[in-house]
Design a binder for this molecule. Structure first.
Ligand code: 3EB
Length: 324
């Protein structure tokens, strides 16, 4: 059954395009292939593809500044915050992450932008440490504590990414607004914020996708890092082909769910207006992954990056932005 399009006020007017040179209307320029001054990076090795940069822009004048250790950029109703700090890959990141999220959320609130639309987290040695001492689980603890302290409920989370890098730098990037986006969950997956205890003392704080308004009456769908997780379990351990097919099924399901909930049938398939970042644990798997994704969704923009996925049994994770 086709749901009626949700008619709510959404933040936005945003476009995300590959390869465009940054200018005064650029809110956020992600340099994926080569580091670039004035741009944001992931700190991950570039493996290939045709999405070397992502240009997130508004038809509005961009202002920028600094508040303590947080760098901000604002365009119209969207606020981008960045916090990066040298991080010891063998230490426990919980306390630093909790403090960082508290400062970020306070700056967002003071700017009148307490609603979260998208979060990216890149941290070194994400799988180091055993059991509940794993750095990713400690990261989740710090993030959840800060969100709870500042009064964010499960419905106020946003699309997210958490990936392990090889550089000794922890990066947190947030996109915020005065109004919430629309969160969409994946019917094949337990919501991450409801994962059972066995995956760590605090569940990961993110939504499977967040939709906002795009330019020219379009909808912009931001899809979280999506891996071979069905229910709450990792499937196809040690089988990268199997994991990739499961990721594709998860993305297909999330896309059709989003198309239906948002009343935008055109969102059901990725196309030339879709930008995918593919995080790959083993660089050798990239050529096969690229070939398969191009076969499944011709015309997409793809970036391959070498990164560690937050569960040590996962080999590939894909995040995306799509507009229709
Ligand atoms: C998963 O489905 C994979 O902790 O912010 C994906 C996206 C994952 C975001 C996060 C974690 C996060 O559980 C892991």
């Amino acid at each position: 059954m086709q749901h009626e399009a949700r008619r709510v006020d959404l933040p936005g007017g945003l476009t995300v395009e590959p390869g465009r040179a940054p200018d005064e209307a650029t809110l956020l320029h992600f340099a994926l292939a080569t580091p670039r001054t004035g741009a944001v990076g992931c700190g991950l090795e570039w493996l290939g593809g045709n999405l070397e940069t992502e240009d997130w822009r508004m038809e509005a004048v961009v202002q920028s500044g600094r508040s303590g250790d947080i760098v901000w950029r604002r365009a119209g109703d969207l606020l981008f915050l960045a916090l990066e700090w040298p991080d010891d890959p063998v230490a426990d990141p919980r306390e630093a992450v909790e403090g960082a999220y508290e400062r970020l959320l306070s700056v967002a609130d003071e700017a009148g932008c307490r609603h979260l639309l998208r979060a990216w987290n890149y941290l070194p040695a994400i799988n180091a440490g055993d059991g509940d001492a794993e750095r990713y689980r400690r990261f989740c603890l710090g993030r959840a504590a800060a969100l709870e302290k500042l009064g964010y409920g499960d419905g106020e989370l946003c699309a997210g990414t958490a990936i392990g890098s090889d550089e000794p730098l922890l990066r947190i990037y947030l996109l915020c607004a005065p109004l919430p986006g629309i969160n969409i969950e994946n019917p094949r997956q337990v919501s991450a914020y409801r994962y059972p205890r066995r995956y760590g003392p605090r569940s990961p704080s993110f939504a499977r996708a967040t939709a906002v308004a795009g330019a020219n009456d379009s909808m912009l769908l931001m899809i979280s890092g999506t891996a071979s997780v069905v229910g709450h379990r990792s499937l196809h351990v040690d089988d990268v082909n199997g994991q990739l097919e499961e990721v594709i099924r998860n993305l297909e399901t999330l896309l059709s769910e989003s198309a239906q909930q948002l009343g935008r049938p055109g969102l059901a398939e990725f196309d030339h207006a879709s930008l995918l970042r593919v995080y790959v644990r083993h660089a050798r798997d990239w050529p096969m992954i690229e070939r398969r994704l191009r076969e499944r969704w011709p015309g997409i923009h793809l970036a391959g990056l070498r990164g560690d996925i937050c569960r040590s049994d996962l080999l590939v994770e894909i995040e995306a932005v799509s507009r229709n």
